[in-house]
Design a protein around this ligand. Structure first.
Ligand SMILES: [Zn+2]
Length: 452
């Protein structure tokens, strides 16, 4: 049995100084107190609950920074032209390459303090669009990558069926497509089997988007696919998508979901950028969650989610890094906050009647809803009996060494960067940038000769 002592550890009510965490063989917390334990290993750091990355497309990490040459001011360069560049990559990778890219991404996510990732996975078939003999070959690559890096993963095999509202899929989407609900269920079952290969893996269901799946099948996924797992869906990210939904369904995407499906805390709506006031209020009241991906949404020119308004109705949200153009959870929270400050001309994004500490508020929201995205309903940051998953911030960082506890959460969120992260604990195991990281990095750099 191991135990660690930290300069302080963040609980939901605030910081616990000189916290000793004892762990059992499985890496679960067996005791948590301020009592000194002579056997414990001291780490001069502040322990936060591990960050939950609720939205990832691992392969897109390989193209971060490669879609930034913009020709001619007249030519439209937007989400849809970026998507063409992304398809170019998606059409060319094999499972082995997927594993190499994902392992690098996951090692980097750990280095930035994330302990869990929800992988929204839709590149299912071979380069010709034919299912692999092992239906879940790509899933297996992702699970092996997560295991190699040491991150916990929630694998979300995605149902992708259409090329747009009422349209057949286009040729460039051939690797993504499950023609029918039953085809998707087969894929889901194969993915579920693969998750059994790694104790840090679990499964969720996913729908690419309202434009990607026929409405009748969206209803079936919501009511007939497994109900005891989270359900993730991209929604209302782009104005064109809202316009197309209005033209085809006579309703906006979120409006259609609200009118047709009994949303609850099992649902994770990714982006939900474009909402009317009515949709915002109704969505918040369902207890469904929104997954915000601030650096990607900014990079793609999506728009700004009405967070202040959503929170005023009790709306739940988490964060993700989506295309991985940014990987730092602290930065994601800052971009999210500053977008709101810029449009409201106020500074109090992350507060409510009960909390005046922005840092603590942001960490709480992102952690609690982020865990639900992984099918984890534990709301205490560190609970006896729960797996010890933590992000450790070095306590000797210049701005943190003498910060009063009441200012510590916000000092971490607003003033630190990835260089201040000491390491990450996943299931009680300390992960730092070590030899394994170097091996993953060498493999990745070698592969990137072909792609970058
Ligand atoms: Zn996405």
């Amino acid at each position: 049995m191991k135990s660690y002592r930290f300069k302080a550890l963040l609980q939901n009510q605030g910081w616990l100084e000189n916290a000793t965490v004892s762990l059992d063989e499985a890496g679960k917390i067996s005791a948590l107190s301020q009592k000194e334990n002579s056997d414990s290993i001291y780490i001069d750091g502040y322990a936060l609950a591990g960050f939950q990355n609720a939205h990832s497309h691992a392969f897109q990490y390989a193209m971060a920074g490669l879609a930034e040459r913009h020709s001619g001011a007249q030519e439209a360069d937007d989400f849809w032209s970026w998507r063409e560049a992304m398809y170019g990559l998606a059409l060319n990778i094999n499972p082995e390459q997927m594993k190499t890219i994902a392992a690098m991404l996951y090692a980097e996510l750990l280095r930035h303090g994330w302990t869990n990732v929800a992988e929204f996975h839709y590149v299912h078939h071979d380069k010709n669009g034919k299912p692999y003999d092992n239906l879940a070959a790509m899933d297996e690559a992702l699970i092996e990558a997560a295991k190699d890096a040491g991150i916990k993963i929630t694998l979300i095999p995605i149902f992708y069926q259409k090329g747009g509202f009422g349209q057949q899929p286009n040729e460039r989407q051939r690797r993504f497509i499950s023609p029918t609900f039953n085809d998707y269920l087969k894929l889901f079952e194969a993915s579920k089997q693969v998750c059994r290969q790694y104790e840090g893996a679990n499964i969720a269901v996913g729908i690419h988007s309202m434009r990607g799946v026929d409405c009748s099948d969206i209803l079936r996924i919501a009511t007939e696919a497994p109900q005891n797992v989270p359900l993730h869906i991209h929604i209302s990210e782009q104005l064109k998508e809202v316009e197309d939904a209005l033209a085809f369904l006579g309703k906006r995407p979120v409006e259609w979901l609200l009118d047709n499906i009994e949303l609850n805390e099992r649902f994770h709506l990714v982006h939900a950028t474009h909402l009317t006031d009515d949709e915002t209020e109704r969505l918040a009241k369902t207890q469904a969650n929104v997954v915000l991906c601030p650096s990607t949404e900014g990079n793609l020119g999506d728009g700004i989610f009405p967070l202040k308004n959503y929170q005023s109705f009790g709306g739940k949200w988490s964060i993700g890094t989506d295309s991985h153009v940014g990987l730092n959870p602290l930065e994601e929270l800052r971009i999210l906050d500053y977008g709101q400050r810029l449009i409201t001309h106020k500074r109090n994004t992350f507060t409510d009647d009960k909390t005046e500490d922005s840092g603590l508020y942001a960490i709480t929201k992102a952690t609690v809803a982020g865990r639900k995205a992984m099918n984890n309903f534990e709301s205490d940051f560190f609970a006896v009996g729960a797996s010890f998953d933590a992000c450790i911030i070095s306590a000797d960082a210049p701005l943190l060494a003498n910060t009063k506890l009441e200012n510590l959460s916000s000092s971490i969120i607003y003033s630190t960067d990835a260089s201040h992260i000491y390491g990450t604990f996943v299931a009680g195991k300390l992960i730092r940038k070590d030899g394994k990281y170097q091996q993953i990095k060498e493999n990745f750099i070698d592969l990137m000769k072909q792609f970058r």
